[in-house]
Write a protein that binds this ligand. Structure first.
Ligand code: ZN
Ligand code: ZN
Ligand code: FE
Length: 765
């Protein structure tokens, strides 16, 4: 190990003879590198008049302090920490005092063994950087790439470990003398800030911020290179601009997220509770789904027919600089406390569902037809990273999409496991690596429908694997053998571990709660390949480590037309009418959608109409019967609109049947029958209320019979805030605690974690 002192406090007095001089060696584990931990220790040692040293090593931070106040130093070390750090463990031991200590030194990073230290995620500008950004006298006034040890890009600019400037996309920007002075000064908040930059030496924007703001004000569509890739921006209050963006992106109804300058500005548009406020203002800066206020701001075209809107606060200095222009360039940061009536649509610039564009040439070619202007800069995006999306469900935050600001933060596992890779399924793919007691879930990759997304999956496996320096011994994949992800796992040459889709959904929740089962769980999902090859998705499972048992399922519905039915709620409504013995109504009600005698004979004869037990398809059937949405332009559209209509969930007594001896089947046909003659809003109330009551009555006995106290909830339908809220309350009334996915999405974005957990447990058996 190198011990070359980079910095030494020259004039620290020798420690006094009284009180007793002791020397303590301290090991700190956690996210403690690249977050200003060593200068923090330096200042703490200085405050307590201690000598010694601190350095990074492969396990985190190690330090020694000597003097009369070691105990007080340790107290402060336990109490205080730099804002972006996470301390998992502090281990202290007494060692012999040394006579040759001269002050306190920060040693250069030593490098030995394998890395156990992760790169941190990207963080929004800190308060001190914002003050500088809006201070006309500051060197970095209006500079859209300022950052410090407490904020700025990390994961998206990092090519490999150790996290040092030469291994980032800042490598091509030699520091100017002034930046170098800050970088080497342990009292400066930019001490060892790897992405340090200023207008003299750092990256530059291709268009002045003032021009970007002017174009947005004029209703233009601007492609903007951000931390994790290009986003498309326009004035969210401008119907014409939003309509043009929809038309050019060919995105019919999918909701757009909006960026606003501050929490005060967000409150102009939406109802925001304390949990939501904390999420919005937190440094990862996710998009947060919040209940929108009535009125026409932003344009109703931003999120058609939805009661919720995705809002986010600026996540980079560039965003702040644009809002600052739009606010009229006020001095200081006080303007951020007042509402600013400006909202910008910010949507990922990925034509046709392909991965986010990160490359300048690609942006010019692919976004030229969508944006009026492409604004770029000369710092590469190394790692593509979409915005994260969160929502408060059942009183706590939950992910809809986990990416920028959170990745690559690990999840703690309850014990050490073998290194495995898990590759997810097909939709909303992510990958997961385990290393020691940690699991690293990648950023959202997307649906593996096209070659570009599949390439992104490969890149993600490669980059994350290299950054973690982990060599997996097995690859976990979905049980469906024909998925691209499964084929990749089977061709890897490593041991392949197939994991059933809904087993993985529930195992992901167990993993984040540090459990392995046995546990009873409800997987409320869209589609997953069942152990019998069928289309599962409404499953009551007993999960026990690497094994599971199907205790029950929703009664099956036909999928008339096969996969086409998954995007057409009217087809599921037709299947429901047929099952209710009301097939004669189908053509009358859905003839204009394409229902015809061919469809009827599919249902009569069961040809091209496979069975599914999917919860999602039961939602679709309800939407179709209520006329809420007959067709869906994006996955989940119909159920989201239905959820938006709920005001007061109610239970229609007896509108479900639970039957079966070995396998318990929950039949919801009576509930669909009970929707007849109801308005969409009334129907939405009855559907949600009754469904939740039915699910609790179905699952609770299975929990109690096994003397368990918890039930696990997983699958895409758990993102439905109304349903999950009702389930948590309903189970609580039965004395059962529901475990809800918090650390990764309930949808297929969380599958890789569950797959990895099941495979790791299987390897350990
Ligand atoms: Zn900062
Ligand atoms: Zn500089
Ligand atoms: Fe799923």
């Amino acid at each position: 190990m190198s011990s070359a002192a980079l910095v030494t406090m020259g004039d620290t007095p020798k420690p006094p003879a009284q009180p007793l001089v002791t020397r303590t060696r301290v090991r700190v584990r956690g996210l403690v590198q690249g977050v200003g931990f060593r200068p923090f220790v330096y200042r703490l040692a200085e405050r307590h008049g201690l000598t010694g040293w601190v350095r990074n090593d492969e396990q985190g931070v190690i330090l020694e302090v000597q003097g009369g106040a070691c105990a007080a130093f340790l107290d402060d070390l336990a109490r205080e920490r730099p804002p972006l750090s996470r301390v998992d463990a502090v281990e202290a031991e007494q060692v012999a005092p040394r006579a040759d200590d001269r002050g306190f030194a920060i040693d250069a990073s030593a490098r030995a063994g394998t890395a156990s230290v992760a790169i941190g995620p990207d963080h929004a500008p800190c308060r001190a950087c914002l003050e500088e950004l809006f201070d006309p006298g500051a060197r970095r006034y209006g500079y859209p790439f300022l950052n410090c040890t407490h904020c700025g890009p990390r994961y998206t600019i990092t090519r490999g470990l150790p996290y040092d400037r030469p291994k980032t996309s800042m490598a091509g920007f030699p520091m100017c003398a002034e930046c170098a002075r800050e970088y080497h000064d342990p009292r400066d908040r930019r001490f060892h800030a790897q992405p340090i930059a200023c207008p003299a030496c750092g990256p530059r924007l291709s268009l002045a911020v003032g021009d970007v703001a002017r174009r947005l004000r004029e209703g233009q569509i601007v492609a903007l290179k951000g931390a994790g890739g290009f986003l498309l921006a326009c004035d969210a209050r401008d119907d014409g601009a939003v309509a043009a963006l929809r038309a050019r992106k060919q995105r019919d109804a999918r909701p757009f997220a909006c960026m606003v300058a501050s929490l005060a500005s967000a409150r102009l548009l939406a109802e925001i509770g304390p949990d939501e406020a904390a999420l919005l203002e937190g440094s990862p800066r996710p998009i947060v789904l919040v209940r929108r206020l009535s009125g026409d701001r932003p344009s109703p075209r931003v999120a058609p027919d939805l009661a919720w809107i995705g809002l986010m606060l600026p996540s980079t200095p560039l965003h702040y600089a644009i809002f600052h222009e739009l606010a009229g360039r006020p001095d200081g940061v006080a303007w951020l406390d007042a509402p600013l009536d400006v909202a910008l649509v910010m949507t990922s610039a990925n034509p046709g569902g392909e991965p986010l564009v990160i490359d300048d040439a690609d942006a010019a070619a692919r976004l030229g037809g969508i944006a009026d202007v492409v604004v770029t800069h000369d710092r590469d995006v190394v790692v593509r990273n979409d915005d994260s999306v969160m929502r408060v469900v059942a009183g706590a935050p939950t992910f809809l999409r986990r990416a920028r600001g959170y990745v690559p933060e690990p999840l703690r596992l309850p014990f050490e496991v073998p290194p495995v890779l898990a590759v997810g399924a097909h939709l909303k793919a992510t990958v997961c690596f385990t290393r020691g007691r940690e699991a690293f879930v990648s950023q959202h990759v997307g649906d593996l429908d096209d070659a570009a997304t599949y390439r992104f999956l490969e890149e993600t496996i490669d980059h994350l694997g290299r950054a973690l320096e982990v060599t997996p011994v097995a690859v976990a994949h979905d049980l469906h053998p024909d998925l691209l992800s499964s084929r990749r796992a089977l061709a890897s040459g490593l041991r392949a571990v197939p994991v059933q889709h809904h087993h993985a959904h529930l195992a992901a929740v167990l993993a984040e709660h540090g459990q392995r089962g046995p546990a009873v769980g409800l997987a409320l999902d869209g589609y997953g390949y069942g152990s019998d090859g069928g289309a599962w998705g409404g499953e009551l499972l007993l999960v026990d480590g690497a094994r599971f048992e199907r205790l029950g399922h929703l009664s099956p519905l036909r999928l008339p037309g096969g996969d086409a039915a998954a995007r057409a709620p009217w087809r599921m409504a037709a299947a429901a009418l047929h099952a209710l013995g009301r097939g004669d109504e189908i053509i009358k009600r859905f003839g204009h959608m394409g229902a015809n005698t061919v469809l009827l004979s599919m249902l009569d004869r069961g040809v091209r109409a496979p069975w599914t037990t999917s919860m999602g398809r039961w939602f679709d059937a309800a939407c179709g019967l209520l006329g809420v949405r007959l067709d869906a332009s994006y996955e989940g559209e119909a159920p989201m609109v239905l959820e938006s209509l709920v005001t007061r969930p109610s239970v229609s007594p007896g509108a479900y049947r639970i039957s079966g001896e070995g396998t318990r089947v929950l039949d919801l046909l009576p509930l669909l029958a009970a929707l007849g003659g109801r308005s969409p809003a009334d129907g939405a109330d009855v559907f949600h209320g009754t469904l939740a009551a039915a699910l609790v009555e179905w699952a609770a006995p299975a929990v109690r019979e096994r003397d368990l106290r918890t039930v696990v909830l997983g699958g895409g339908c758990v993102m439905n805030e109304v349903l999950t809220g009702l389930l948590v309350e309903g189970f609580q009334r039965q004395g059962i605690t529901a475990l809800v996915p918090r650390a990764v999405p309930a949808n297929d974005g969380g599958l890789s974690l569950g797959q990895a957990w099941v495979a790791a447990l299987e390897l350990m058996e």
